[in-house]
Design a binder for this molecule. Structure first.
Ligand code: ADP
Length: 178
């Protein structure tokens, strides 16, 4: 087990500048970061796990101490499996705190030896969430300030495909006009 290796688990559907900022912070704090893409999140996904992984790999290709992998099952089991000592999570707003706090305590109950380390993204990215990105892209809006160009392109292509026309707004915020 290395105290220098951490895992950043998430759905990343799709990854955005908030996630990428968290990875950069973790990569300069620890020796190695495994970004672990959750295969079957408890919510409908727009991109399958291999697509989400490929997008992240491309977005993070300039950071040498980062690996992107996929996992299923409990995040703490995956952290143990790769021999990491902690799990990274990002914090945006106070409402994230309650959820992340409960998750961290549940994870500690499951695996007292695994730490949870929280990073706060740059304030320019704090408002971004994957669901906001999906909804804006679905409505034809410009997401170029929120995601790298390849991901903006992938979103455009996905929503141009009629099979996915309604896929962005499952857990909706509503940026749509009445
Ligand atoms: P999950 O389904 O596990 O919540 P997400 O892909 O939505 O997966 O998020 C993964 C992690 O990234 C979570 O810890 C989340 O709080 C964090 N995160 C998401 N968006 C941002 C952001 N804009 N700034 C900082 N952290 C973020």
């Amino acid at each position: 087990m290395s105290i220098h290796h951490v895992v950043y688990p998430g759905s990343f559907d799709p990854a955005h500048f908030g996630h990428i900022d968290i990875v950069r912070r973790a990569a300069r704090t620890f020796d190695h970061v495994t970004v672990a893409v959750y295969g079957q999140p408890n919510k409908k996904v727009l991109f399958d796990v291999d697509e989400r992984m490929a997008m992240l790999q491309n977005a993070l290709k300039d950071i040498t101490n980062v690996t992107v992998a996929k996992f299923s099952g409990l995040a703490v089991d995956y952290v143990r499996q790769v021999g990491a000592f902690a799990m990274i999570r990002g914090l945006r707003v106070f409402s994230d705190f309650e959820f992340e706090f409960r998750m961290a305590l549940a994870n500690r109950r499951l695996a007292p030896d695994i730490e949870v380390v929280n990073f706060i993204a740059d304030e320019r990215h704090l408002h971004i969430s994957s669901s906001t990105v999906r909804e804006i892209a679905q409505l034809g809006g410009d997401v170029s300030s929120m995601v790298p160009p390849e991901i903006a392109q992938a979103l455009k292509a996905r929503f141009a495909d009629s099979k996915h026309a309604n896929a962005g707004t499952d857990y909706v915020i509503s940026l749509q006009q009445d």
